[in-house]
Design a protein around this ligand. Structure first.
Ligand SMILES: Nc1ncnc2c1ncn2[C@@H]1O[C@H](COP(=O)(O)OP(=O)(O)OP(=O)(O)O)[C@@H](O)[C@H]1O
Ligand SMILES: Nc1ncnc2c1ncn2[C@@H]1O[C@H](COP(=O)(O)OP(=O)(O)OP(=O)(O)O)[C@@H](O)[C@H]1O
Ligand SMILES: [Mg+2]
Ligand SMILES: [Mg+2]
Lengths: 227, 227
């Protein structure tokens, strides 16, 4: 489903270069659940943005569900991404002018889902993260962990093929974090492919494969019992 | 040093009320190191904002270093806060138009520190969080954990009496998180009072006292061995 081949990503700033990814190759099958760990700055979010078609590699190839991403222009890439992928961002990226419920509905607006169905699905997902009672509030009226949960509800609402979750429990206490892990596990059981960045080895154990990065590269991958 | 008596904080939104704090009392001595834990939405950040003089309670009393905060107008409160308290925010609150080094210098600009001394102190603190090489970059060019570390460096630069750290390691891997904990421990050894919100019981063990909140109240406090 996800085929990343020898990708690099270099940011050029004035006269200095930041090599965020230095040659990364990774394959993810349909229905897999992969955790990505590594030190701060090692390239995890950058890799997630490339996999999520939010950015393009500097060199290397990326094939998503059989389509080589380099063959698509920005419009086509956007369309592919909106159809297949949902993102939980490390910094949530909620829209401050919209209510919590409206934020969760945004992916369905892009899909042209009728209003009544949209509101119902959003209400359901908000309830699943325990925030139905805050539906009319704005993001700046929520705690850090509440914002994170709204971002998670938004990622679930379009029933995506792939969920890319960048540190989805970083702002959550253990109990709430485990509730989110249960939602992701259920999603994976029903066939959704999940790639999750986490700093928490306990959360990583929910995944079936662990990818460890450092300094823009993949160091090793652990499967099953070895995790 | 910090004396919070029976404070409440209620947010009124249209026809609904959110009782963020429902009667919290807490005392923190000079030089103490207190960890605050609790579920998402339990009122931790709200309590930190009140202790940090960034907001006022709805009811109750707060005395900071002998001064009842309700006796001060906003200007005087700001001045007291800038003199005594440094904040590491849950969402970092970096200024996107300033470079990393300039962000770290901001508290010293408020204090009128001469430019050469300011630049030197900022460089030192940036080095202590491993980010000297990114001094000329902007916050939106940094990873989540790198932003968090810049926020930490900024809190250290004015050699504050009190550091209020709201989930300072939420975006950091274990190793980088422990480096931050070492910095805070060193600071506490040299007399700085620290109140730290964390979701990570391992990080909480660095503190000498643990305050557990839920639903806008303090449930219990654990000291020394019981933590
Ligand atoms: N400006 C605001 N307006 C309305 N409600 C608010 C506002 N700020 C916070 N709240 C609410 O007050 C309660 C406590 O919020 P607070 O940010 O203190 O929680 P927290 O313990 O820090 O949570 P987290 O662990 O998720 O960061 C939450 O229910 C939150 O939604
Ligand atoms: N837009 C950008 N311009 C320049 N450098 C960037 C940019 N975005 C990321 N970087 C750099 O690329 C490197 C990898 O960043 P990335 O966000 O992928 O790290 P990460 O592994 O997600 O870290 P964290 O655990 O701290 O979130 C970092 O050194 C970062 O500063
Ligand atoms: Mg990241
Ligand atoms: Mg908080």
């Amino acid at each position: 489903l996800i085929e990343v081949q020898d990708i690099t990503k270099t940011y050029i700033m004035g006269d200095s270069e930041v090599h965020a990814l230095r040659g990364v190759s990774l394959g993810v099958e349909h229905g897999e659940y992969v955790a990505v760990m590594g030190p701060s700055g090692s390239g995890k979010s950058t890799l997630m943005h490339l996999i999520g078609c939010l950015d393009r590699p500097s060199t290397g190839h990326y094939t998503l569900d059989g389509t080589p991403v380099e063959d698509l222009d920005d419009v086509a890439l956007s369309a592919l991404r909106n159809r297949k992928i949902s993102f939980v961002f490390q910094s949530f990226n909620l829209i401050s002018q919209l209510s919590v419920a409206e934020n969760v509905e945004v992916p369905l607006i892009y899909r042209g889902t009728p209003r009544e169905e949209r509101e119902q699905l959003a209400a359901q997902k908000l309830a699943s993260v325990g925030l139905a009672h805050r539906r009319n509030h704005r993001p700046n009226e929520l705690s850090g962990g509440e914002c994170q949960r709204v971002a998670i509800a938004r990622a679930l609402v379009s029933d995506p093929d792939i969920v890319l979750a960048d540190e989805p429990t970083g702002n959550l206490d253990t109990k709430t974090g485990e509730e989110v892990m249960a939602i992701l596990a259920e999603l994976n059981d029903s066939g959704t492919t999940i790639v999750m960045v986490t700093h928490d080895i306990v959360k990583a154990k929910h995944a079936k494969r662990l990818v460890q990065m450092s300094d823009g590269k993949i160091d090793r991958q652990l499967v099953g019992e070895e995790k």
